[in-house]
Design a protein around this ligand. Structure first.
Ligand code: UDP
Length: 569
């Protein structure tokens, strides 16, 4: 198994099983075996012992060869007492004291197990409205969000990962202005990503520079008006300042809600890629596209990809069975719709190996082809599972019933960020461009280590221009864009997130969205000197290109930045 030193370090610290003294009692191979066994056992009612062993072996090989990896909670918890395997949850927040604190308690239970939670605060009555039982006034959604934030801070996910939350407020909620600016000071509400829930009516009002109505969620009555363009400009300005809030297009999430009879989609998970109904959970998994190339690494092996999609859908469907859900309501909803989210990682590395620039029409066309292929095959696999094991229990309530398409899973595809998975697999994350061609990593004894993108290293060795000195030189800026000593064809292909103009980021996100049931996690990177007009342009492009939401990040706009070119820890 070819894992980087960095990957092994992360796995040892947080994923591998330890005894009471904190000593490791499994290695990486042991982890994949544990996971394969736990997930294959969900087939016990459908096959015999030999059948289970065969499935176990298939699952194990797919993970050990780094062809497919399930989301982190599955790797951490499968076959262990906690047994909570999903990364994504959405919880309702009702407009009552009991409802609010019930939701905080449930979020704490989910965070403890390594899952992330999304909430819409839109049902809460606005700040200053009456509270009947006390005669006092309500403190409003933003003040309650701070309580959710403090609870998350305290839980810290049992030492495995920190709690992550998504907080959403509808653009027509009376407290929207406070929401948009509430993370102006970046030390506040640190455990939340925030997105404004945008409606089509609002976007029309922006276009025609009109006012729109603010609705009190309690009385459902209009209580004021705002100029849509002004509100949009404020979102743009705040996002320009420090990347928040993002926006999500609520009507689009609901247009693609395949079980509208079960309720409305109000929120997504923390990174935005998984819209869910209240109390629904979803488990994700990602195919490593770089490892779907042929042996020569010069063309995509579509047969292997089809095979892997089929096995991955089987795997993720089994996760729903093997999962121990933290709440009875979640158990019911999640087993009822059986949503899974199969996605990809290593997309940019794959493009580089194929000599295709990320920011090119050819890459967009390939994105349509590859994700279209994955989507078709995932649906086919889910249909085959439905024939064998039955359609998802809420099938009759779904839009598929009318069409007569029996599926095992209400949704099959999602593009996750793959923050840790891509690190384990040693490839570029999700569908993002390469972040840096090489960078300096400080290792323990104050030594500096130059990490080089392995696909670039191959190209440099092949092209006869590899040298340690050159790699060090590249690490200073992360990019090879201006390095004349590197052949132009290579520079054109090895583009980094900051070399790619924002519109290409959006085009790529939109291409993947066209073939994804759920949503796409993507950050549109902007250079430090980008203007608010650039941000507005990105938001507008994303809206026109049918994205389900968009998040931007302007380089250097936050004091604390996870990845810093030139000085990665
Ligand atoms: N997530 C979380 N805490 C974290 C990272 C991720 O709760 O520290 C959840 C969140 O819902 C996110 C999802 O996991 O949207 C998928 O994130 P990612 O693909 O980066 O996770 P990985 O499986 O690679 O760890």
């Amino acid at each position: 198994m070819k894992l980087s030193e960095n990957a092994i370090k992360v796995l040892e610290k947080r994923y591998l099983e330890k005894n009471e003294d904190g000593n490791l009692i499994e290695d990486v191979e042991g982890m994949f075996k544990r996971v394969a066994k736990a997930i294959a056992s969900a087939d016990e009612n459908y096959t015999d012992k030999a059948g289970i062993e065969k499935i176990e072996m298939e699952f194990y090989e797919m993970m050990a060869n780094l062809e497919f990896l399930p989301n982190s909670p599955t790797l951490m918890n499968a076959g262990r007492p906690l047994g909570q395997l999903s990364a994504c949850f959405v919880l309702p927040v009702e407009d009552t004291m009991e409802g609010i604190f019930e939701s905080i308690k449930n979020a704490a239970l989910i965070h403890k197990s390594g899952g992330g939670t999304g909430f819409s605060f839109s049902r809460l009555r606005p700040k200053g409205s009456a509270v009947n039982s006390t005669g006092g006034v309500a403190s409003g959604p933003i003040s309650f969000m701070k309580v959710f934030n403090a609870a998350t801070e305290a839980v810290k996910q049992g030492g495995t990962r920190r709690g992550a939350n998504m907080g959403i407020l509808r653009v027509d909620h009376p407290d929207i202005m406070e929401f948009i600016t509430c993370k102006k000071d970046n030390s506040e509400i640190t455990n939340f990503n925030l997105s404004v829930g945008i409606t089509e009516d609002f976007m029309k009002a922006v276009e025609y520079n009109l006012e729109y109505e603010l609705i009190d969620p309690k009385t459902k009555k209009p209580v004021g008006k705002l100029n849509a363009k002004k509100v949009f400009d404020l979102i743009v300005e705040m996002a320009w300042k420090n990347g928040e809030p993002g926006i999500i297009f609520l009507d689009r999430l609901n247009r693609d809600n395949v079980t509208p009879k079960l309720g409305e989609i109000e929120s997504t998970n923390p990174c935005g890629e998984q819209p869910l109904l209240p109390y629904e959970a979803c488990n994700l998994g990602s195919i490593n596209l770089y490892n779907m190339l042929n042996e020569e690494k010069d063309s995509l092996d579509f047969d292997k990809l089809a095979e892997t999609v089929k096995k991955a859908v089987h795997f993720l469907d089994n996760v729903i069975e093997a999962n121990k859900y933290p709440l009875a309501e979640i158990d019911k909803m999640t087993r009822g719709t059986r949503k899974i989210g199969l996605g990809v990682m290593g997309w940019a590395d794959m493009l580089c190996a194929l000599n295709i620039s990320y920011n090119s029409q050819q890459a967009i066309e390939l994105a349509d082809k590859v994700m279209g292929f994955i989507q078709d095959n995932a649906q086919k696999a889910s249909q085959e599972l439905a024939e064998q094991k039955g359609a998802f229990p809420y099938y009759e309530e779904s839009v598929f019933a009318k069409k007569g398409i029996k599926l095992r899973n209400a949704t099959t595809t999602t593009i996750a960020p793959t923050g840790t998975l891509s690190l384990i697999a040693g490839v570029s994350s999700g569908i993002e461009p390469i972040f840096a061609i090489s960078y300096i990593r400080n290792v323990m004894d104050n030594n500096e280590l130059v990490e080089v993108n392995p696909v670039f290293k191959n190209a440099a060795v092949k092209g006869n221009f590899y040298s340690d000195e050159l790699m060090k030189q590249i690490a200073k800026s992360g990019t090879v864009k201006h390095m004349e000593e590197i052949p132009k064809e290579v520079r054109d292909v090895f583009v980094t997130a900051h070399d790619v103009r924002p519109e290409w980021h959006v085009k790529m996100q939109a291409a993947f969205q066209r073939h994804t049931d759920n949503a796409v996690s993507k950050t549109v990177n902007l250079s430090h000197d980008a203007t608010t007009d650039d941000v507005r342009e990105v938001f507008t492009l994303a809206y026109r290109a049918q994205c389900k939401g968009v998040t931007i990040y302007r380089d250097g706009s936050r004091d604390l930045q996870v990845l810093n070119i030139g000085k990665v820890q």
